[in-house]
Design a protein around this ligand. Structure first.
Ligand code: FAD
Length: 431
């Protein structure tokens, strides 16, 4: 039997459910734009939870302390970089609006400040980031003040080692020690951060863990834990553990997939439909076309095929990991619209000979071109469609891994893409 196609309409369709896609939906819904978002599982579950703006400058081994000043250097040295095309005031506004939304929805974040925060990585190295979840904020403070601190890890938990964190930081943080304990009711075999986080939503588990933490802390007043402090109410779980132990507690991200990323994804998936977004998660758009009246997106969910007519579209499909770009024998392509991809002239130029080459690898700067309204461009420089905009790491001329700028590119370009889509929607409704 042929399944009936469901027809939906919207003002804006967002394709992608990474940070760029979710940020675009948030900015749009706050501007009263009707949004439908479609996204396959993506990199958001891998993120540490830190929202980086700019942590490293190209060619310099030094960490960036003042990312706003570094944006000026970026504009001078890499004028094609997506962040170089956005006024700093807009970047700051985008972070402020995005983190305020996260806080209103139950995951508190520090506001963007004038300087980066020196934050702890899963391996116990340090990185520069702009905004840190409230559950992690006491870590950078304890490090800055070199407070006596115990890093706790757990029997059976892989991907997070207190000994490794302490070994990497001991020179700079002499009062740092480590203890290993059993997690309540999970003392045998391998244990997983996601399961631990969900277990800590239960008050009885928190009480048992609090007793163990008090003993492990010894004389220290501050303890660091892998990021497992609850899935849906992390700030509450942390506050409760602090109340029960009398200690200051902070989380350190674990290796991916990480609880802070899964927290964000689950929160978005719960909250955005409540705010009016038509969210179609875990699905891929299989075809996208444009005519003079609207865009048409084709996809399927578990109830059958869907045809979505959208006045505007934001493409936020990421890079290779998420399927926004595909690398093949003859080159790199954008699979949904076959947009031109700026890329090295041949496969032989994708990588430098040495993996650790300080210049980075050319393939990591591949992506699509946009105009000043964040519209993807065709060869020759014309926009593909006046209704199509793009955001996130699908954009060319940036290597977000080396620049420590993943969330920054995603959030700031989503802000500008929504601004441009809103302009188009209001001009087309008034004409
Ligand atoms: C291991 C790891 C650690 C990270 N740590 C940090 C960190 O500490 N700080 C930081 O700032 N950033 C970090 N990031 C980067 C961050 O998570 C994002 O990857 C980055 O911000 C890019 O976001 P994006 O939305 O542009 O792309 P992505 O996150 O790649 O999302 C693209 C989305 O598009 C979807 N998609 C693709 N094709 C289709 C289609 N046809 N139909 C529907 N959906 C489609 C994908 O499924 C995916 O959901 C990390 C990333 C990884 C992988």
């Amino acid at each position: 039997m042929k399944e009936e196609v469901r027809n939906l309409t919207t003002q804006l369709a967002v394709i992608g459910s990474g940070i760029a896609g979710f940020a675009a939906s948030i900015f749009a819904v706050r501007r009263n734009i009707a949004v439908a978002q479609i996204g396959n599982t993506g990199a958001v579950a891998y993120t540490t939870g830190y929202l980086d703006l700019l942590g490293k400058e190209d060619g310099s081994p030094a960490a960036v302390i003042d990312p706003w000043q570094a944006l000026d250097t970026l504009a001078a040295t890499q004028p094609d970089h997506p962040l170089a095309k956005i006024p700093a005031a807009d970047i700051r506004r985008s972070f402020t609006e995005f983190t305020a939304f996260l806080g209103e929805c139950g995951i508190a974040y520090g506001k963007p400040q004038d300087h980066n925060v020196t934050a702890l990585t899963p391996a116990g190295t340090l990185k520069q980031t702009l905004c840190v979840p409230a559950t992690m904020a006491a870590g950078p403070r304890a490090y800055a003040e070199k407070m006596p601190c115990v890093i706790i890890d757990f029997n059976g938990l892989k991907g997070f080692s207190g000994r490794q964190v302490a070994a990497n930081l001991q020179d700079r943080w002499p009062g740092l020690t480590t203890e290993r304990i059993g997690f309540p009711d999970m003392s045998h075999g391998e244990i997983y951060p996601e399961v631990m986080a969900r277990a800590l939503e239960v008050p009885a588990t928190r009480e048992k863990l609090a007793d163990l933490l008090k003993k492990a802390a010894g004389e220290a007043q501050v303890i660091g834990l892998p990021a497992v402090l609850g899935m849906h109410r992390p700030d509450h779980v942390k506050a409760e553990l602090e109340r029960l132990t009398g200690l200051t507690i902070f989380e350190i991200p674990t290796m991916p997939p990480s609880v802070p990323g899964i927290r964000l994804r689950e929160m978005f998936e719960q909250v955005l439909p409540e705010k009016g977004v038509t969210l179609i998660p875990q699905q891929k758009v299989t075809a996208l076309s444009f005519d003079s009246g609207a865009a048409t997106l084709c996809l399927c969910d578990s109830f059958g095929p869907i045809r979505l007519r959208a006045e505007t579209v934001i493409l936020a499909t990421g890079r290779f990991l998420s399927g926004g770009l595909e690398a093949g024998l003859t080159g790199i392509r954008e699979p949904l619209l076959d947009l031109p991809v700026t890329q090295p002239e041949s496969r032989a130029h994708w990588y430098c000979d040495r993996y650790t080459d300080s210049r980075g690898h050319a393939i990591h700067r591949a992506g699509i071109e946009i105009d000043s309204s964040f519209r993807p461009l065709m060869t020759g420089g014309r926009p593909y469609s006046e209704r199509l905009f793009a955001a996130g790491v699908i954009l060319a001329h940036q290597d977000w891994i080396r620049g420590r700028s993943g969330a920054g590119i995603a959030i700031a370009t989503a802000y500008k893409a929504v601004e441009a889509a809103e302009r188009f929607l209001s001009s087309s409704s008034s004409s």
